[in-house]
Design a protein around this ligand. Structure first.
Ligand SMILES: C[S@@+](CC[C@H](N)C(=O)[O-])C[C@H]1O[C@@H](n2cnc3c(N)ncnc32)[C@H](O)[C@@H]1O
Length: 368
């Protein structure tokens, strides 16, 4: 297919640089805004085209040599060719762009992105796949595997575990390697940024809060870290193993429910119900209720959004790993809640992933 000369104007959410050829947007992976490149068009649609980088004609001052030999072929990282400061700038801009464009949020209260103290050597968990002797990750844009001996964004303990696994010549399947083998359930992948996220929420929780509902709680990461700020906490997750782990060291203040968030929140809203959860909710004033939602990338269902509006918590923290579904959900939630602040966090340096924490306040309630 044809070759085009492009000026890369931006790096879109997902990690591809965007230039224009004859007015049409052309997406080119592994390029940086400000660069002049030559690229081969590999797919052409009506609205846009996809292209493969042929040559960087004028490199960006932010271009750096990627340290990983698999970079470009492995599906994990997208930004190893960009210096860390600029990765942060790009991610922050992407959050603004997606929330303004899809979420239609005006006067976005965007705070500075929280960087990761470690831009490599941070992952405490990876899942590797084994197929016919190949041990590694999925290739970019493919279901085939790439054999991996070392992953530089993973911690040293993980790389030792990977070497150990490779030495065992494992059978076909999926293997999750953890820096701390005791953590069997969902745990935050970058502990230092997760801890910064907890501090951020802690500083934003209003005084005199009675109830925290930690929805999509996993093993209760937020509920446990913020326990001292509340009289009671309720965690909800449909992963029974995670709930069992949360209950293991739970205090009297904590209740963990294994169930679907939409169903449990809807049930909890029915004041006619008896039981621990409705009682805890009934006993709390709406303004003294805080809700944390940390859903998977698909975000919140319409049913969950409705249950949140009916629950009417004074404060909501929406922790998102997907700015696009976050934008869709905020567009609806902002009818009831005011967006107080939006903070991107770089939980996954070198990758195109972005974590965002949004602080929402109920418009109809006065928090003390
Ligand atoms: C992004 S993780 C959040 C984990 C937790 N907040 C933490 O920090 O460890 C999403 C969690 O949502 C749970 N989950 C996904 N969909 C759910 C649903 N509809 N109802 C209940 N839990 C759900 C998963 O089991 C997973 O533990």
């Amino acid at each position: 297919m044809r070759i085009v000369d492009l000026l890369i104007e931006d790096v879109a959410f997902g990690g591809k640089g965007v230039g224009r050829a004859e007015g049409k947007a052309v997406f080119v992976p592994f390029t940086i805004d400000g660069e002049r490149v030559r690229a081969r068009i590999v797919r052409e649609k009506k609205q846009f085209a996809e292209a493969k980088l042929v040559d960087v004609v004028e490199p960006s001052a932010h271009r750096v040599p990627p340290p990983c030999p698999y970079f470009g072929r492995c599906g994990g990282c997208a930004y190893q060719h960009i210096d860390y400061e600029h990765q942060l700038t790009i991610k922050s801009r992407q959050v603004r762009d997606v929330l303004e464009r899809i979420g239609k949020i005006r006067d976005l209260p965007l705070r500075p992105i929280v960087p990761s103290p470690d831009d490599y050597d941070y992952r405490n968990r990876i899942t590797v796949h084994v197929e016919d002797g190949v041990i590694g990750f999925f290739r970019r844009d493919s279901h085939r595997l790439i054999d991996i001996e070392r992953c530089p964004i993973s911690r040293e303990e993980i790389n030792r575990a990977l070497a150990g696994l490779r030495a065992q010549k494992p059978t076909n399947g999926h293997y999750t390697l953890r820096a701390s083998p005791s953590a069997r359930v969902f745990s935050q992948v970058n502990e230092k940024v997760a801890s910064a996220l907890c501090d951020l929420i802690r500083n934003l929780v209003p005084a005199n809060q009675q109830l925290l509902i930690d929805a999509y709680c996993g093993a209760g990461f937020f509920a446990k870290a913020l326990l001292d700020k509340f009289e009671r906490v309720i965690g909800i997750d449909w992963d029974k193993f995670a709930i069992t782990a949360a209950r293991e060291n739970a205090t009297e203040k904590e209740i963990y429910i294994a169930g679907d968030v939409a169903a449990e929140l809807t049930r909890a809203n029915l004041t006619a119900l008896s039981g621990q959860v409705p009682a805890a909710i009934k006993m709390s004033e709406p303004a003294a209720r805080t809700l944390i939602v940390d859903p998977p990338a698909s975000g919140l269902s319409a049913e969950t959004r409705k249950a949140i509006v009916d629950l009417a918590p004074g404060t909501v923290f929406y922790i998102s790993c997907n700015p696009a579904t976050l934008a869709r959900d905020l567009k609806k939630l902002q009818e009831t809640f005011a967006i107080e602040s939006v903070t991107p966090l770089d939980m996954f340096p070198q990758t195109a992933e972005i974590e965002v924490a949004v602080h929402l306040r109920h418009k109809g309630l006065v928090t003390r």
